[in-house]
Design a protein around this ligand. Structure first.
Ligand code: HEC
Length: 472
């Protein structure tokens, strides 16, 4: 009898002391003790209300950190994978044996693509005794002080910035100018906030671009006012002159890079007014740009795309060939110098919208992922026409742009050809010139009589007509 009970006690004690759990058993333990909050797939229960363990930086580096969390719990604000949580994880140290915690954490550290350190067999015991006197959950700052997160691999290493003072209207030769200050940028970020000056300054950043592999790299640069990015001594992309940072002047360039460190330099200057620089890179296998400049503060709206207001140059019309709200799928937008804008429908062979002020926000379609129609960015949008007016035989024959970017649309009507040219006139006006070849006159829709003075005109072959659209 005595022998049996000793035998039994030994049997029961064995798994608790020296037990090594199989991976299947470890997963079961995880499912029992953690998945209610962190989900079976580690992504955080209830659609991510709870923080994820999959891809969490908290399981990387010193493995004592996750042991400590499981033993004593965690409460208060904590950032996991770039998202803020402020919840409470109850301590599990009293419920779980050392061997169970070891098994669970080995499972967590090696599942869902996690690359955490393995938990040595006696680590849980060590951590338990190290913090034996602790009777409340950890806070994130406490843990980070004890067990800092491993340094994230940076793309830009050994980065320094030099700030220059001066007034230029193009990127100056910085080698000829004395820098005001030199700074080490340990965060590896190209940020103009390093400059104490708001206007009339320049910055040069220099360091190493650590390429993950050998191959072709794309760099996308935008700046207010000018900037260039130089790799291994070669200019890859340059935004020259002066102007806003809204995508209209942005440049993309490509370069072959070696794996590892490549010499990297960015030259930037700001004349006056708003300032900014945006620089991203990508290579094969990446489905989006990786930014080297600070991410824009997240806007409160749910918009998935950045604001990129297309703006005409001082004497150059800009064109937008994506879906525009208020016209047909083959609507083509033109933003003219002076702040008058037009959307022409190649389906209905007629101008459909005119408006004043900002032209259009190209952000929705900028990355190629945007969906839906973009409304004009400006105000006082006037609908001119919305149906097809010309005879059924009329066909769109394309458009051409003159040196200023002003369009001429061509429409064939049987054997006759209608040309329809647009350019900006005096402030707040658009000037349309129509001409027709062929035999007989034809009625052309002008749209809103308040803007043009008439709904239609009768156009005679060989007699061009000029109509002024007054948008004020
Ligand atoms: C009752 C819900 C609950 C249970 C059960 C639970 N956790 Fe947590 N866990 C949380 C919460 C909530 C946080 C974040 C606490 C905060 O906001 O400060 C967290 C944070 C963590 C973190 C750090 C942040 C992160 O997401 O990486 C780790 C690691 C972790 N838990 C591991 C575990 C493991 C392993 C188990 C099972 C032994 C477990 N947790 C069980 C709720 C829970």
């Amino acid at each position: 009898m005595r022998i049996t009970s000793i035998f039994l006690v030994t049997l029961m004690a064995l798994p608790a002391l020296g037990a090594r759990f199989s991976p299947e058993e470890a997963e079961k333990l995880y499912n029992t003790y953690c998945s209610a909050c962190h989900a079976l797939d580690g992504k955080g229960a209830t659609g991510g209300t709870f923080p994820p363990l999959a891809g969490s930086e908290w399981v990387l580096g010193n493995p004592k950190r996750s042991v400590a969390i499981v033993l004593n719990g965690l409460h208060g604000p904590v950032a996991v994978g770039g998202k803020e949580y402020n919840l409470e994880m109850p301590p599990q140290g009293a419920v779980l044996k050392d061997s169970q915690i070891t098994a669970i954490l080995n499972h967590v550290h090696s599942s869902w693509g996690n690359l955490g350190e393995p938990i040595p067999p006696d680590l849980v015991r060590t951590v338990r005794s190290e913090f034996a006197s602790r009777d409340k959950p950890w806070t994130a700052p406490e843990l980070l002080k004890l067990f800092p997160l491993p340094k994230k691999k940076q793309t830009l290493e050994n980065l320094i910035s030099r700030i220059y003072k001066g007034q230029w209207n193009r990127i100056p030769d910085f080698s000829k100018i004395q820098a005001e200050s030199v700074e080490e940028e340990h965060n590896g970020i190209i940020d103009i906030a390093v400059s104490p000056l708001k206007d009339k300054f320049g910055i040069v950043w220099e360091g190493e671009f650590v390429a993950p592999s050998k191959g072709e790299y794309l760099f996308h640069l935008d700046a207010d006012d000018g900037a260039r990015v130089i790799l291994n001594g070669k200019t890859v992309a340059e935004v020259s002159g002066q102007g806003p940072m809204n995508g209209s002047r942005s440049k993309t360039g490509k370069v072959e890079l070696n794996e590892g460190a490549n010499r990297f330099r960015v030259e930037y200057y700001e004349f006056a007014g708003l300032e900014g620089i945006s620089l991203g890179w990508r290579t094969k296998g990446m489905d989006d740009w990786e930014l080297l400049t600070p991410a824009k503060p997240k806007s409160k709206s749910k918009k998935k795309f950045p604001d990129i207001i297309l703006t005409p140059g001082s004497d150059k019309t800009v064109i937008y060939r994506n879906f525009i709200d208020g016209t047909t799928p083959r609507g083509i937008g033109f933003g003219f110098p002076g702040g008058v804008n037009l959307a022409y429908s190649a389906d209905n062979l007629a101008p459909e919208l005119v408006w004043t002020g900002p032209f259009i926000n190209a952000g929705r379609h900028w990355t190629g992922r945007g969906q839906g129609n973009e409304p004009p960015a400006g105000d006082k949008v006037s609908k001119l026409t919305s149906t097809r007016f010309l005879p059924g035989e009329a066909r769109f024959k394309g458009y051409s742009l003159d040196k200023q970017g002003n369009p001429t649309f061509k429409v064939s009507i049987g054997a006759a050809m209608l040309t329809d040219s647009w350019k900006p006139g005096e402030t707040g006006t658009l000037v349309r010139t129509l001409s027709l070849s062929g035999e007989k006159p034809i009625e052309i829709p002008l749209g809103n009589a308040e803007i043009t003075g008439a709904e239609t005109i009768s156009l005679t072959p060989g007699k061009p007509a000029t109509i002024t659209y007054t948008l004020k």
